[in-house]
Design a protein around this ligand. Structure first.
Ligand code: SF4
Length: 700
């Protein structure tokens, strides 16, 4: 939708740059400046409403702090000058002082320098010495270009994106059981459903426009909701069942739900007979699992009510048209992938999949994390989830390889690696061992300050590209405002052209057409023309002649079309074990999450005053029941075996159980991610961000 309001003012439709909900937006633009962003009343995703990030979070576009040039570290030039080819050495005088640390460089020189240094490192240390990260915040065209740059230009399999620290377990768990790691239905199926189980998702803060639908349906009494989380969340107000669960008990509870469904024979035998294998073995395993009977909770002080509520939720789920929604509260754990498999088991057992109003909805975090994975920004998947020529390193392994001097150059595109990944002490040490870090970003965030070469690039509101939201909806963005900065894929093309000369793209559409060939199952029918015609509604993949709002209607996406049960027993550990054994300690369990006004490392939201002023620091939340323990201090530091946070202000809240804490992680200065270590999902290495036992150091 484009329209002209007066001579200088126009309206343009595009897609929100923040979360995975992927709301349609309409911008009013005057003289190449965004005046306002709102949603059309009939917006397919937004339904006429945006959250505060979508409606107010656009000032960053004009921020004075944007990187609007190319910067090269002075120390990098000094260190490399002698080795540079004469042609580059001779152009050193084109560098201009930017500040004490940086030169400002012309784009041509910077792409040549990047190409030379990348090639030199490859020659010296081998092709595996290159690693790339990023792509979930930018378009599919750029994400695709980054994985192609790694795999083709650098001949290295080492490509990963921030799905490593969020929904990789959803992809892994769902692919193993139903063959496709993506949401099965559109968000509007909430209105066709009868029961929603929401687990490990603070939906009103993290995916607010999806939460709006849940609340509307609950108010209209067309749906009942069950909320399971380690703390009370706002959505609980609208829920029929709301329970606070112990830390790291997801798989335990999900297996208990399956146990009740089996024990009370609430499953759909004919669905399973037609569409699944392995139920009999699964059934036997669950019935013999010493942790699967919900009565287990009768022994856990403070959590006894779960022994009654879990069977009630299981009955309601099995006998209704039901959907399950989850977020990082499920995936960022030791058993994230296994918990996701346990979620899919529930759907397979009850036939709550492959139809309208019933299905599975992993709520993806970043606006294009689904798309980045779809186009192959993962070390073990090429575009369309095909097997790559060679499997590369997942980010935690790439960090180890840096420390072992095996990875020597790193390319980061729109991912603040030194803020959002775990074990930051280790990550910082690893980066010091590199000979080259190239960053493409909008701002000098933490990783950019550590880079040798920084390319300022277009933001999502300044370019054309495809984004895939959490319900597989493709949206073709268009520039709301114009600027001369390169798009991410253009920088990659220009460096590649100085290495191999195989990236022949002139426009983002050229890149997209390559994606359609490389990822034909999902995207072959999604031409720019069709996406432009469908800009308001978008198209849900797979897109052939038509698109596909609901997946798995006739068969699953496994090789034989059949769904599978993959039983995993819960392993007793941490808080549950302590509660069971009545072990009192002076430690606390911390979980982390987002707040409504910020997105992840606040790269863009902190440069938007309206948003930043509402949340200028990460404040630790402590249970009201623990108030007496903090009377003698004004601030606290959280400490784990891996590191410690900065000094944190704190407040007491009602919605946390005794001995548990919550903190946001948006501000780099809080150093929250310094206390998370290498523990991760045991299949797919997603960090255990949702649970860490911490000591508290009191600051008087
Ligand atoms: S819910 Fe997500 S996509 Fe929608 S406006 Fe808010 S941040 Fe943007």
């Amino acid at each position: 939708m484009n329209s002209s309001c007066n001579n200088n003012t126009i309206e343009k439709g595009s897609v929100c740059t923040y979360c995975g909900v992927g709301c349609d937006i309409t911008a009013i633009i005057t003289d190449n400046k965004i005046d306002k962003i709102y949603a059309q009343a009939d917006g397919y995703v937004s339904r006429g409403k945006l959250c505060i990030k979508g409606s107010r979070g656009y000032d960053f576009v004009d921020s004075d702090l944007r990187v609007r040039n190319v910067r090269i570290k002075k120390s990098f030039i000094e260190k490399n000058l002698n080795d540079m080819p004469q042609e580059l050495k001779a152009r050193k005088n084109t560098l201009v002082d930017f500040d004490d640390t940086w030169y400002e460089a012309n784009y041509e020189f910077a792409t040549s320098l990047s190409a030379w240094k990348l090639s030199q490192i490859k020659e010296k240390y081998g092709r595996h010495s290159f690693s790339a990260m990023g792509g979930a915040r930018t378009s599919c065209e750029s994400a695709y270009s980054l994985q192609k740059f790694a795999r083709v230009a650098m001949d290295s399999p080492n490509i990963d994106n921030c799905a490593r620290v969020c929904h990789s377990p959803s992809l892994s768990g769902m692919r193993q059981t139903i063959g496709e790691g993506a949401a099965t239905n559109p968000y509007d199926d909430i209105f066709k459903s009868e029961f929603l189980l929401v687990m490990g998702s603070n939906t009103t803060e993290a995916h607010p426009i999806v939460a709006n639908r849940m609340i509307e349906a609950a108010r209209a009494k067309t749906v009942e909701i069950a909320v399971l989380d380690v703390r009370k969340i706002q959505l609980g107000k609208y829920a029929t069942y709301e329970e606070i669960i112990p830390f790291e008990a997801n798989l335990l509870i999900l297996n208990m739900l399956a146990y009740v469904i089996i024990k009370e024979e609430l499953y759909d035998a004919s669905f399973m007979q037609k569409r699944t294998v392995g139920f009999e073995d699964f059934k036997e395993s669950i019935l013999n699992d010493k942790y699967a009977n919900p009565d287990f909770f009768k022994q856990l002080k403070g959590y006894e009510s779960l022994a009654t509520t879990i069977p009630e939720i299981a009955r309601k789920y099995a006998t209704s048209k039901s959907m399950i929604f989850w977020g990082l509260g499920i995936t960022e754990h030791l058993d994230g992938s296994k918990a996701v498999m346990a979620i899919t088991h529930l759907a397979l057992m009850t036939g709550n999949i492959g139809k309208e109003g019933a299905g599975l909805m992993p709520l993806r975090g970043q606006n294009n994390v689904q798309g980045a994975c779809d186009v192959g920004c993962l070390p073990y998947y090429a575009p369309d989830y095909q097997a790559p020529k060679e499997v590369g390193l997942m980010t935690p392994d790439a960090v180890d390889a840096m420390l072992e001097d095996k990875v020597k150059s790193l390319y980061v595109m729109g991912e603040d690696f030194t803020h959002i990944h775990p074990n930051q002490k280790k990550a910082h040490k690893a980066l010091e061992k590199l000979e080259l870090i190239i960053v493409q970003d909008l701002f000098m965030n933490d990783i950019a300050t550590k880079a040798d070469i920084v390319f300022g690039v277009k933001s999502a509101y300044e370019k054309t590209g495809v984004y895939v939201n959490a319900m597989r909806r493709l949206h073709l963005s268009q520039p709301l405002v114009q600027n001369d900065l390169p798009d991410d894929w253009e920088v990659l093309r220009d460096i590649e052209n100085k290495i191999n000369g195989e990236f022949l793209y002139q426009t983002s559409e050229d890149v997209w057409n390559d994606i359609r060939e490389d990822a034909p199952y999902r995207f072959s029918g999604a031409s720019y023309l069709k996406l432009t015609k469908n800009r308001a509604r978008g198209l849900q993949w797979p897109v052939g002649r038509t698109d596909t709002p609901t997946l798995h209607l006739e068969e699953f996406r496994t090789k034989d079309g059949i769904g599978r049960f993959k039983y995993h027993q819960y392993k007793l550990r941490e808080q549950v074990e302590k509660l069971l054994n009545n072990k009192q300690t002076n430690t606390f369990y911390l979980t982390t999450g987002r707040t409504l006004v910020h997105y992840n490392n606040a790269a863009q939201t902190m440069h938007t005053d309206t948003l930043y002023s509402k949340h200028e620091e990460d404040i630790l939340q402590i249970s009201k029941e623990d108030t007496h323990l903090f009377e003698d201090c004004t601030k606290v530091i959280l400490k784990s075996p891996y590191g410690q946070t900065a000094e944190l202000n704190f407040k007491f809240v009602k919605g946390l159980k005794k001995g548990t804490l919550f903190n946001t992680f948006h501000h780099e200065k809080s150093k929250i991610n310094y206390i998370f270590g290498d523990e991760h999902d045991d299949i797919i290495k997603t960090a255990r961000f949702k649970s860490v036992e911490v000591e508290i150091i009191k600051v008087k």
